[in-house]
Design a protein around this ligand. Structure first.
Ligand code: ARG
Length: 576
């Protein structure tokens, strides 16, 4: 039972073919959840036009077949020709028991597996990762987990910013203060201070600015000593990102680094080929592409700059090389850029130019999975009290230490407490981010994210702990509970029906690159479980059959919540 709605759609299709013949088999029955029944099918209206019959008649004739399918308890025509379908309790129970025995828990394997490049996290060398990178990292990591589970081949691309004119001043500053001092500062996480040190001198001291420009030239020319120093900066930053990834439980490794500098050898060809194709032209000394449909406020065409008038390449050039490489060399069918929404226009232009050039054929999907702003509780851009951007590592540590306070009085063993606090703090931070639609701005509020009630990470973690404690109390092994599942109360039915929607929730979240859909599903599931648990005694059920059925429902809920949280990248403590 991979997907409830798909199974139902198949039934409706079979019913309409049986009634009207094979030539109508292609009509797509739109199935959606309904407030009046379990689902509503919308197929009769479109079909009625083709058949030249009243829509309600068409609906009634299809419905008469559905009544006989074991899956359907009732099919009723409503409105202009909708079919409201109520599933049979017996069927739901059987499907849930089947799901419990399925190692995939109903998550489908894609019948059209793709190669998907996911460009995410992508911080900048020798610059502090900011809260925006926290979001691109967490959302991207959940998207790759879901895609892989669905059977797609995922290529993680951490497009770190390790190139550009900034490196002239950074390297000169490094030389000025001495390597030892610079590395000590970077290792201490004082990346902003290091960066600011360089910037202040660059703005104030013309001689320093001059040296910095010469240093850029030396870097681009491949000067050995300059390259050595540049690499040390990158190694330092890598260690810093990796420490953050490790704390967050993010799946990125060094093997996933696809830095901007990787594309250096390809940039000249990018410019040459676009110029030859007539897509790029010289404008004010710079080589630019002007994709159709992009105009500035003044109404003039907007350029994607490929080569500046001083001969230098920029962010746009690298992205053109990257997209060509990802399609041409990596064989991507789909490319997802998990990047801040302020770069929407940049990506729209990159995609447009790549389409013009034929580097991005229609068969390949390129999409910007835009990430909204992180705000403080004042709803303004998230900043520290002194107005600077906040260090990510400090934020992560704060989430964990606040979590420790929340659970302080519950555990005496300091090691166990630290372990639980880590899972709760990280889980809270990640879930708070993942549960908000990625394009919306998101308010970073420690109190709310750590609350044990409401839509929070700890609430879901706690739900798993509660289910585990049922099994502990009854000395029952959840793995031994296999059903059969019988539905004897409305709360059982609602829970089972929700559980059957897991596969579709995962597939839809991956399809839209929107983990908040899966988060919402898990929250609804936990709420359904709470109602079930309040209304239906499990260990003290009225008969051994009902007890075993309810234990099976609890075991399935536990499995699904754990699998879902894993797809979100949220750690779960065994106890809470
Ligand atoms: N380094 C960039 C930033 O911090 C993000 C890069 C996103 N990926 C890309 N292919 N442009 O904003």
């Amino acid at each position: 039972m991979a997907d409830l709605q798909a199974a139902l759609a198949a039934h409706v299709s079979a019913a309409l073919t049986a009634e009207f013949g094979a030539e109508y088999a292609g009509a797509d029955p739109l199935i959606r959840p309904s407030a009046f029944a379990d689902f509503q099918a919308n197929v009769a209206m479109a079909l009625a036009k083709r058949l030249g019959l009243p829509p309600r008649d068409v609906a009634t004739r299809i419905a008469s077949h559905l009544d006989q399918a074991p899956m359907c308890e009732r099919a009723e025509v409503s409105g202009p020709g909708f079919i409201n379908i109520t599933l049979s309790d017996a069927w739901i129970g059987e499907a849930a028991a089947f799901q419990l025995g399925d190692p995939r828990l109903g998550i489908p394997v894609s019948d059209r597996p793709q190669r998907v490049v996911v460009d995410y996290s992508s911080p900048n060398v020798a610059k502090e990762m900011h809260v925006g990178h926290l979001r691109t990292t967490i959302v991207g990591d959940s998207v790759v987990r879901m895609l892989e589970r669905l059977g797609h081949t995922v290529i993680r691309a951490n497009h770190i910013g390790d190139w550009g004119t900034n490196f002239g001043m950074l390297l000169e500053h490094l030389i000025d203060i001495g390597e030892q001092a610079a590395y000590a500062q970077l290792a201490a996480g004082e990346i902003n201070d290091f960066y600011q040190g360089a910037k202040v001198k660059f703005d104030a001291d013309p001689a320093f600015a001059d040296r910095s420009r010469r240093r850029v030239v030396a870097l681009q020319a491949g000067d050995q000593e300059t390259l050595r120093l540049w690499r040390t900066l990158i190694d330092d930053s890598k260690q810093y990102y990796n420490a953050i990834y490790a704390k967050l439980g993010v799946t990125l490794t060094d093997a996933d680094l696809a830095p901007e500098s990787f594309y250096n050898p390809l940039l000249e060809d990018v410019c040459r080929d676009l110029e030859r194709a007539g897509i790029a032209v010289i404008s004010d000394g710079a080589l630019c592409a002007f994709p159709p449909g992009f105009t500035g406020r003044d109404g003039n065409p907007l350029p994607l700059i490929l080569r500046k008038s001083d001969g230098g390449y920029g962010y746009g050039t690298t992205d053109m090389a990257a997209i060509r490489y990802r399609v041409g060399d990596l064989g991507a069918d789909r490319i997802i850029y998990v990047v801040g929404s302020e770069q929407a226009q940049h990506f729209a232009m990159v995609f447009a130019v790549a389409r013009q050039a034929g580097w991005l054929p229609d068969s390949v999907i390129a999409e910007h999975a835009a990430i909204g702003m992180v705000t403080g509780t004042d709803r303004k851009r998230f900043r520290s009290r002194s107005g600077e951007s906040v260090k990510l590592i400090g934020l992560i540590d704060e989430a964990v230490s606040r979590a420790e306070k929340v659970i302080e009085d519950r555990y005496d063993d300091p090691e166990l407490r630290a372990q639980i606090a880590h899972a709760v703090g990280i889980g809270a931070l990640k879930y708070a981010d993942l549960s908000v639609a990625r394009e919306s701005s998101y308010m970073l509020d420690f109190d709310r994210m750590l609350s044990l009630t409401g839509n929070s990470g700890p609430y879901l973690q706690y739900a798993t702990a509660r289910i585990r404690s049922i099994f502990r109390k009854g000395s029952v092994d959840p793995a031994g509970e296999t059903g059969p599942i019988m539905l004897t109360a409305p709360a059982e039915r609602a829970l089972a029906l929700r559980l059957l929607g897991f596969g579709a929730a995962v597939a839809e979240s991956a399809q839209t690159a929107e983990p908040h859909r899966l988060a919402a599903f898990l929250f609804d599931l936990a709420s359904d479980f709470t109602t079930f648990f309040e209304q239906c005694p499990v260990l003290k059920a009225e008969s051994p059959q009902i007890r075993s059925s309810r234990l099976a429902l609890a075991a399935l809920t536990l499995d699904v919540v754990l699998a879902g949280l894993d797809l979100l990248g949220i750690p779960v403590p065994d106890r809470m």
